[in-house]
Design a protein around this ligand. Sequence first.
Ligand SMILES: *[C@@H]1O[C@H](CO)[C@@H](O)[C@H](O)[C@H]1NC(C)=O
Ligand SMILES: *[C@@H]1O[C@H](CO)[C@@H](O)[C@H](O)[C@H]1NC(C)=O
Ligand SMILES: *[C@@H]1O[C@H](CO)[C@@H](O)[C@H](O)[C@H]1NC(C)=O
Ligand SMILES: *[C@@H]1O[C@H](CO)[C@@H](O)[C@H](O)[C@H]1NC(C)=O
Ligand SMILES: *[C@@H]1O[C@H](CO)[C@@H](O)[C@H](O)[C@H]1NC(C)=O
Ligand SMILES: *[C@@H]1O[C@H](CO)[C@@H](O)[C@H](O)[C@H]1NC(C)=O
Ligand SMILES: *[C@@H]1O[C@H](CO)[C@@H](O)[C@H](O)[C@H]1NC(C)=O
Ligand SMILES: *[C@@H]1O[C@H](CO)[C@@H](O)[C@H](O)[C@H]1NC(C)=O
Ligand SMILES: *[C@@H]1O[C@H](CO)[C@@H](O)[C@H](O)[C@H]1NC(C)=O
Ligand SMILES: *[C@@H]1O[C@H](CO)[C@@H](O)[C@H](O)[C@H]1NC(C)=O
Ligand SMILES: *[C@@H]1O[C@H](CO)[C@@H](O)[C@H](O)[C@H]1NC(C)=O
Length: 655
Amino acid sequence: MLPLIPLLVVQFFLSPTFAVNFLYNSFTGIVNATDLTLINDARFDSSVVRLTNDSNQYSFGRAFYPTKLTMRSSSNSSALSSFSTSFVFSILPTIATSPGFGLAFVLSNTTSPPGALASQYFGIFTDDKVPTVAPLLAVEFDTGRNPEFNDPDDNHIGIDLNSIISETIVTAGYYNSTGGFVPVRMRNGQNIRAWIDFNGTSFEINVTIAPIGVSRPSRPTLSFKNPVIANYVSAEMYVGFSASKTEWIEAQRVLAWSLSNTGVAREINTTNFPLFEPESSSSSLSAGAIAGITVGSVAFVATCATGFYLYWRKSKLKDEEDEIEDWELEYWPHRFSYEELSQATNGFSSEDLLGSGGFGKVYKGTLSNGTEVAVKCVNHDSKQGLREFMAEISSMGRLQHKNLVQMRGWCRKGNQLMLVYDYMPNRSLNTWIFNQPTKLLGWEQRRKVLADVAEGLNYLHHGWDQVVVHRDIKSSNILLDSDMQGRLGDFGLAKLYQHGEVPNTTRVVGTLGYLAPELATVAVPTSSSDVYSYGVVILEVACGRKPIELSASEEETVLIEWVRELYVNGKVGEAADPRIRGQYEAGEMELLLKLGLACCHPDPQRRPTMKDVVALLVGEQAAATPADLLSELATGDRRISGDESEEVAPLNPPV
Ligand SMILES: *[C@@H]1O[C@H](CO)[C@@H](O)[C@H](O)[C@H]1NC(C)=O
Ligand SMILES: *[C@@H]1O[C@H](CO)[C@@H](O)[C@H](O)[C@H]1NC(C)=O
Ligand SMILES: *[C@@H]1O[C@H](CO)[C@@H](O)[C@H](O)[C@H]1NC(C)=O
Ligand SMILES: *[C@@H]1O[C@H](CO)[C@@H](O)[C@H](O)[C@H]1NC(C)=O
Ligand SMILES: *[C@@H]1O[C@H](CO)[C@@H](O)[C@H](O)[C@H]1NC(C)=O
Ligand SMILES: *[C@@H]1O[C@H](CO)[C@@H](O)[C@H](O)[C@H]1NC(C)=O
Ligand SMILES: *[C@@H]1O[C@H](CO)[C@@H](O)[C@H](O)[C@H]1NC(C)=O
Ligand SMILES: *[C@@H]1O[C@H](CO)[C@@H](O)[C@H](O)[C@H]1NC(C)=O
Ligand SMILES: *[C@@H]1O[C@H](CO)[C@@H](O)[C@H](O)[C@H]1NC(C)=O
Ligand SMILES: *[C@@H]1O[C@H](CO)[C@@H](O)[C@H](O)[C@H]1NC(C)=O
Ligand SMILES: *[C@@H]1O[C@H](CO)[C@@H](O)[C@H](O)[C@H]1NC(C)=O
C-alpha cells in the first residue's frame, strides 16, 4: 500500500442496521459530497478539513459524514445503537490570547440545527437555554471560557445535550499509566487525538484525548452515563464536526477521522501529519498590544457567583418564572410587562432583530403609543445575580445626558432581563465608517460625533457624584440619533464605584482592541481605561481603520502602534482616512490623531482626562490645552531622539 494514500472507505449492509465503518487517515483526494458533506464555510484545505473562514467576521462550518447513522433499531426500542469513533484535530488561533471557541463533535438529526448562531456556540446552538428537546448531542472541545455557562476554564471538554450549557465538564487532559492527570492544551495548534465511545445500551459516553505520540490512555478523560441521552438521539443521526468564530481568527482543523458502529473504530496512523504552530511573528506585536489583547475572553457580566447560585438554589422560592419579587419593586421607574414588550417587538420576531452580541439580542420595538424603542435581552443565570445587576442598572436609569442613549425601563421574565432604550434610527458609528462606502461620514461629522461622545463620557466620569466607568467604549457602542448626534450606549457593562474608592471587581469586561494594557495585570477598569478605549475610537474614526486589522501587514496590524510609529517618524498625516482627504486642514487632523495617541498612552496616569479632551474638542480654542504636552504624550514614551533624559510631567497626577 502506498503510504501517501491511507484512505480506506468501507461500507456494507447488515441487517437491520446500516453498518458504517470508515477511516479517513487524511482528507487528500476526498473531493466530493459522497465522502463528506461540508456546510457553509467548511472546506478541504489540502489534507485537512478547515471549519471556518478566516476572512469572514462571523463564520461557521460543519462537516458531516454524508449518510446518517442508525441510532435506534426500531422506534419502540428504548435502547440506542453504539458506536466508536476516533479523530485527530488541531485548534490554532492567530493571536494566542484572543477569544475562541474550539470545535465540537456532533450527533445531530439535521445538518442545519435550527436557530444555530453563526458566530458563537460552535455553530450549532442558539443562545436560548434549551428551548425544546431536539435531537442534538455534542462533545465540545471548548477553548474559550464563558463563566455564565459554568465553564471552569478556557480549555475543557463537555457533553452538550442540545444546549450550550454542558451536562458535564472536565478540564482537557488525560490520565497516564500511573493514574496521574496530565493537562493537554488544546489551543496551541498541536495535533490531538480523541476517542469517543458511545454505548447506546448503557447510555454512556466516554471521551479520551491525548496528544499525538501518546498512546491511548486506558482511563477516559470524561465519562457520562445518563439515560437522558436517549431524549437527544433520534432514530437516525448525522455525525460530524462543527465550529464557529467571531472576529478573531482561529483555525479548527480535522486531520483524520475513523468511525465504526459495529466494533472499535480503526486506529488512525498518526505518522506524517502536518504540524500547525503559532506564527512566531505574532510575538512581534508590542507588549502593549499583547497586553491589550490578553485580558480578552469574551467575558460577559456574569454577575452571578456560583456560591450565590447554589444559595439561591437552596432557598429557591415557590415559583420559578414570572412572580414579581419584593426586591424588584425597589427598582426604578418603569417596569414594562413582558406582554407589552412582546407585542412591541412582534413576539421578538427575527425581522425586528437589530443585532446580537455577547450580551444577547437587541430587537426594535414600537410601543402602543407609537414610541420606537430598542429592547435588549440579557440572559442571566440566577436571580441573585440579577438582583445585583438590577441595582447597578437602576442607577444607570438615573443618568441623563444628551449624549447618552436613554434607558426607558426594564422587564424580567424568569432569568431573562429586558432593557428598554430609546431607538437610535441611524445605527452605530462603525457602520458609517466601515460599512457604507456610499454614505461615508465626512470629516466634520466625524469630529462632531467624537466631541459628542467625549461629552457623554465626561458626564459619566465627572458629571455626577459617582464615577461611572463605562468599560466598553467602542465604535459599535456609539449610536447616532435622528439628528446624527453621537450617543454612548450599552451601559450593561458599566459598574459604579464611589469617588476615591478602589473598585475590587475581578471580572474583566470589554472588547479586544479597545482594552487598556493595564487591565491585563490589574483587571480594575478605571476612568483612565475608558480614556484609552476612547483614544482607540478617535484613531479608528480618523484613520477609517479597525483597531486590529489582521489582514494588514505586520506593522499595520495594530492601529495604535502603526499611528504612533508614523507620528514618531513625523508622518502622522499619512494615517488619516484617505477617503476624506481634502475635507480637513492638516493641522486639525494632526491634532486629533495626537489626542488619540495621548489617550492611548501606556501609562494610565499620563492619559488626559475626559475633561481635558472635551476642552480640546469642544472648548473655545482651549487656552488650557497643553499642546506641547500632548505632542510628547502622543509618542507613548518613545521619545523623539535627543530628549531621552527629559521627564514628562503627568498631565493628571495620581490622586
Ligand atoms: C503509517 O504510515 C507510515 C507512512 O505514512 C508507514 O510507514 C507505516 O507503516 C504506517 N503504520 C502502520 C501501522 O500502518
Ligand atoms: C465522488 O467520488 C466518488 C469516489 O469517491 C466517485 O465515485 C463519484 O463519481 C464522485 N462524484 C462526483 C459528482 O464527482
Ligand atoms: C471566505 O469567504 C469569502 C466570502 O465571504 C470568500 O470570498 C472566500 O473565498 C472564502 N475563503 C475561503 C478560503 O473559502
Ligand atoms: C415494536 O413494534 C413492532 C411493530 O412496529 C412490534 O412488532 C413489536 O412487537 C414491538 N416490540 C415491542 C417490544 O413492543
Ligand atoms: C429528525 O429529522 C427528520 C427529517 O430529517 C424529521 O422527520 C424528524 O421529525 C426529526 N426528528 C425530530 C425528533 O425532530
Ligand atoms: C503521570 O502523571 C503524574 C502527574 O501528572 C506524574 O507525576 C507521573 O510521573 C506520571 N507518570 C508517568 C508514568 O508518566
Ligand atoms: C467508559 O469508561 C469506563 C471506565 O473506564 C468503563 O468502565 C466503561 O465501560 C466505558 N464505557 C464505554 C462506552 O466505553
Ligand atoms: C454497553 O454496555 C452494556 C452494559 O454495560 C454491555 O453489556 C455492552 O457490551 C456494551 N456495549 C458495547 C458496544 O460496549
Ligand atoms: C410612550 O410610552 C412610554 C412608556 O410607556 C413613555 O416613556 C413615552 O413617553 C410615551 N411616549 C409618548 C409620545 O407618549
Ligand atoms: C438619520 O435618521 C433620521 C430619522 O430616521 C433620518 O431622517 C435621517 O435621514 C438619517 N440621517 C442620515 C444621514 O441618514
Ligand atoms: C470587594 O468589596 C466588597 C465590598 O465592597 C467586599 O465585601 C469584598 O470582600 C471585596 N472583595 C475583595 C476580593 O477584596
